[in-house]
Design a protein. Structure first.
Length: 257
């Protein structure tokens, strides 16, 4: 089921040209799926900190745009719980309806090298309009990141990146991500890994969310949770590329492997 860089590009080309998916549409589908994966592995009530904060680190290419879409979806996911259905008492006024506590994920984005691509700029604007904060710099002291956030989402580099040609700011970003001690979620491939061969000394995410189908480097993934977001793929595409994807129960858009 694992695919190489060439096959990943061919699948995306098939979706764009033959099935007339839009580029923005694919990013939206994948961003939503990544957000759903985060909610599955890290439900709001399971987060250790009082504030349900998380940090989304975005690169300038497609994976970064997926990260932006993921952050936007997480921002509107709400958990309602601890509902209290009030009753009239001698000392209180009647309550007109139930009162519930509400929790929301609180994403913050670090997007150091913004893309000039108008499509990617649209995702940036959407996040800004929804009052999602953007960091001006990534703290070099990893303890500051661990103190401020429950988890980090790595949406820095995708299948198009060549690990041998990394430049700043990504060298420093990956060095920081290698040191963090809170959960790390990687989008499609761990940033800095080779699509086929992986990495022996790169970042070590706790969660991997494969887009469409796992890449060959996923065989080297040693984290706790590997999920795939490929339900949207037309059957003919799955058959043509012999993807042999898992069954998706109910209406789920991601499934654990």
């Amino acid at each position: 089921m694992a695919i190489c860089r060439e096959e990943a590009g061919a699948i995306e080309k098939e979706l764009l040209e033959e099935f007339r998916f839009g580029h923005q549409q694919l990013i939206e589908i994948w961003g939503h799926a990544c957000a759903m994966a985060v909610t599955k592995v890290f439900p709001l009530r399971s987060l250790p900190k009082k504030q349900p904060t998380l940090l989304v680190v975005c690169g300038s290419e497609q994976n970064g745009a997926i990260g932006l879409a993921c952050a936007r979806h997480l921002r509107v996911f709400v958990a309602h719980h601890s509902c209290f259905h009030g009753k009239r008492s001698l000392n209180t006024m009647p309550v007109t309806g139930p009162t519930c506590s509400v929790e929301e994920y609180e994403p913050t984005i670090f997007y150091p090298k913004r893309s000039p691509n108008p499509l990617y700029r649209d995702f940036t604007t959407q996040c800004e309009k929804m009052d999602i904060p953007f960091l001006s710099y990534l703290p070099a002291e990893v303890q500051l990141i661990s103190d401020a956030y429950n988890l980090v989402i790595d949406a820095v580099l995708g299948v198009e990146a060549d690990p041998g040609e990394l430049a700043e700011p990504y060298i420093t970003i990956l060095s920081t991500l290698k040191q963090i001690r809170i959960p790390l979620v990687s989008v499609d491939i761990p940033s800095g890994w080779d699509v086929e061969t992986g990495s022996s000394d790169g970042i070590s995410p706790d969660v991997l969310v494969s887009l469409a189908a796992p890449k060959q480097c996923a065989t080297r993934f040693m984290g706790k949770h590997h999920l795939v977001a490929g339900r949207f793929l037309p059957y003919d595409v799955q058959k043509k590329f012999e993807l042999n994807l898992p069954e998706y129960p109910g209406t789920e858009c991601v499934v654990s492997l």
